[in-house]
Design a protein around this ligand. Structure first.
Ligand code: NCD
Length: 331
């Protein structure tokens, strides 16, 4: 059985946003994730989460994030329950909170929540028992903290000097929780420059993404960038009438080889998935040598293991009355 660190230098109970995460805590989570990633290659086995029950509570579609959390919890020896809440008790009119209370009464420890409702993860966190935790797996268009952390790990593996990086996020920024969490995490790690590139109708409000440079033209935003992060167009968050035409979007904002040549020659290309090939990105770029898209998926598993370990350790300390702040970290 592989060993896990026991120090509780960075207690973390709920993880709902990266906005106020201390840099030391973020770095500790990323460092542990990198170690777990390397150990995973040799099929290391853990029992860190033995006795813990993790509930995937997804009320928006999710394949990769749900699978990633499930495998992360199982590889640490935890129990996992997957619930598609949009298809069960919610249809009978039960509130999300009542579903949580029901599962809590069955001794669930960690709720992984994906929701289209702004504020729902915080509302659940405010109501659960003191030895129960909530981790956001994507909240409407505002936050996706585990994605933000896996994106930072993916950048750090190839471009560790954040202070000298130009990161360019391209596409549907206005509806993207991935972009929001990336911006919070990049600020936390002291990124040199953040650029956002989008058509005017997909630009976020003027007061969002403080400090980012805004561009409407790909050629301007991509110039000499070290990291190019593409995004899925979030059709589910748009009125039918305002959905961009995929061909027009591709012509102006799709990342193809020619455009990628405007970035730094060693630039890396990212996408959170699921990708719409031929719209946001071409297959040549997505599967090409500069792409880290599949590595992002592997990193996602390691980051979620790192977070689950830390959250479970915090809950155990709360249970045993150790001297830590029960609302510690991350929220
Ligand atoms: C992202 C999400 O759901 O926010 N995907 C993911 O977590 N795998 C991005 C997206 O759906 O566009």
């Amino acid at each position: 059985m592989a060993t896990t660190p026991t120090s509780q230098a960075h207690p973390l109970r709920h993880l709902l946003s990266l906005e106020h995460m201390p840099q030391a805590q973020m770095l500790a989570l990323l460092t542990r994730a990198q170690a777990l990633l390397e150990a995973d290659r040799s099929r290391a086995a853990y029992d860190t989460l033995a006795g813990a029950t993790v509930v995937n509570l997804m009320s928006e579609p999710s394949t990769r994030t749900r699978a990633s959390f499930e495998l992360a919890a199982r590889r640490l020896g935890g129990n996992v329950l997957n619930l598609d809440v949009s298809n069960s008790s919610r249809k009978k009119g039960e509130s999300l909170l009542d579903t949580v209370y029901t599962l809590q009464a069955m001794r669930s420890d960690i709720f992984i929540v994906r929701t289209a409702t702004v504020g729902a993860p915080q509302m659940i966190a405010d109501h659960v028992d003191p030895d129960v935790a909530v981790i956001s797996a994507g909240e409407a268009n505002v936050s996706h903290p585990t994605q933000g952390l896996l994106d930072m790990l993916s950048i750090r593996q190839r471009k560790p000097d954040f202070a000298n990086l130009v990161v360019c996020i391209v596409g549907d920024i206005a509806h993207s929780r991935v972009a929001c969490s990336a911006a919070h995490a990049l600020a936390c790690l002291g990124v040199g420059e953040l650029r956002i590139v989008a058509p005017p109708e997909l630009m976020p409000a003027a007061d969002a993404f403080a400090g980012a440079r805004r561009f409407n033209k790909m050629a301007d935003g991509l110039k000499d960038a070290d990291v190019v992060m593409t995004l899925r167009i979030q059709r589910e968050r748009m009125a039918q009438s305002s959905t961009p035409d995929p061909n027009e979007f591709h012509a102006a904002y799709g990342l193809n080889s020619e455009r990628l040549r405007l970035a730094h020659p060693q630039a890396i290309v990212m996408h959170p998935g699921p990708m719409i090939r031929g719209c946001e990105i071409t297959s040549t770029v997505a599967d090409g040598p500069q792409s880290v898209i599949r590595q992002q998926v592997s990193n996602g598993l390691a980051v979620r293991m790192s977070i689950l370990e830390q959250v479970w350790r915090t809950l155990r300390d709360i249970d045993t009355g150790a001297d830590i702040d029960a609302d510690a970290g991350g929220v």
